[in-house]
Ligand binder design. Structure first.
Ligand SMILES: [Zn+2]
Length: 289
């Protein structure tokens, strides 16, 4: 497989993580309430820069044998460093018309932007013409409401308006193919949506299960491995930090107890690994499949 792709099996489910690219954020957006000295120490120990956090974008392609499923679609056009999902799919042998189901963990730009083509700006079209687009009903309702309340976010005002305007541009283009789910549901055999609200109102995690193997896709329930070691460190992109923390803890406790593999959209590529509880609290991230 080409660089930027990594393939593995979850039982009979053929999975490929595909890099859409990355974006750099000010560190304070990713860790708004972290103790500054502790944070500086943690970043230095890992050889990471202090001013900016590199946030990779990684989508998950699942080939079940009967259907091609894509979990999240990357940022789409307009970025120099992200928006590579169509090229990655092509390298994996998948044409846009082959994708039968797209699942959105949530409706932030880095997850939905690649789902809509603006080649004709006056008539945006679904990138994957034959797909149904699955997302939580509460997520759709929030972003299509007249005034989604984004006051809980601790990021730049321009970022807030970018998040809102991307949802406003993209979601209507998908309205004829969207399938909204109101409760935990098996989306296709072996792929189950799990409610994990807080990052956004209808944020979903995805649990893949086949032949006794399991992969838990956290979506954005954690966006940096340091959020595992320090679960009390919030993420500025979480709309409701308290609920987001409860969702994060619930998912990680389950993943550790059941020894699942874990995927996280914004973790360093290939964005899959395992978690284990630390005696000091929190969880340790061990990358790799
Ligand atoms: Zn994200």
């Amino acid at each position: 497989m080409p660089a930027g792709s990594h393939r593995f099996q979850v039982g009979t489910l053929s999975c490929t993580v595909l890099s859409d690219g990355y974006v750099a954020h000010p560190t304070s957006w990713c860790f708004p309430n972290a103790d500054r000295i502790e944070l500086a120490k943690a970043l230095a120990t890992r050889g990471l820069a202090h001013e900016r956090v590199i946030s990779p974008y990684t989508c998950l392609l699942v080939e079940t044998g009967r259907e091609v499923v894509l979990a999240d679609t990357g940022l789409g056009s307009g970025s120099n460093t992200a928006g590579a999902i169509l090229a990655r799919l092509e390298m994996a042998g998948i044409r846009p018309q082959d994708v039968g189901t797209v699942v959105f963990t949530h409706a932030h730009p880095d997850h939905i932007g690649g789902a809509v083509s603006f080649r004709n700006p006056r008539a945006p079209r679904p990138t994957f013409p034959n797909a149904r687009y699955v997302m939580a009903e509460s997520e759709w309702d929030f972003w299509t409401s007249a005034h989604p309340d984004l006051r809980g976010l601790r990021v730049g005002e321009d970022v807030k308006s970018g998040i809102e305007s991307t949802a406003r541009k993209c979601l209507p283009a998908l309205r004829h193919q969207v399938e909204l789910i109101a409760r935990e549901t098996e989306i296709v055999p072996g792929i189950r949506a799990i409610a994990a609200p807080g990052h956004t109102p209808g944020h979903l995690a995805l649990l893949l299960s086949s032949e006794g193997r399991q992969l838990l896709n956290l979506g954005d329930a954690a966006v940096h491995p340091l959020h595992l070691e320090h679960p009390e460190w919030q993420n500025g992109f979480d709309l409701e930090p308290g609920r987001a923390l409860a969702a994060r803890r619930g998912l990680l406790e389950r993943a550790a107890a059941e020894e699942m593999h874990v995927m996280a959209f914004h973790f360093p590529f290939p964005s899959v690994g395992r978690v284990a509880a630390r005696s000091a609290g929190g969880w340790e991230w061990t990358p790799g499949w």
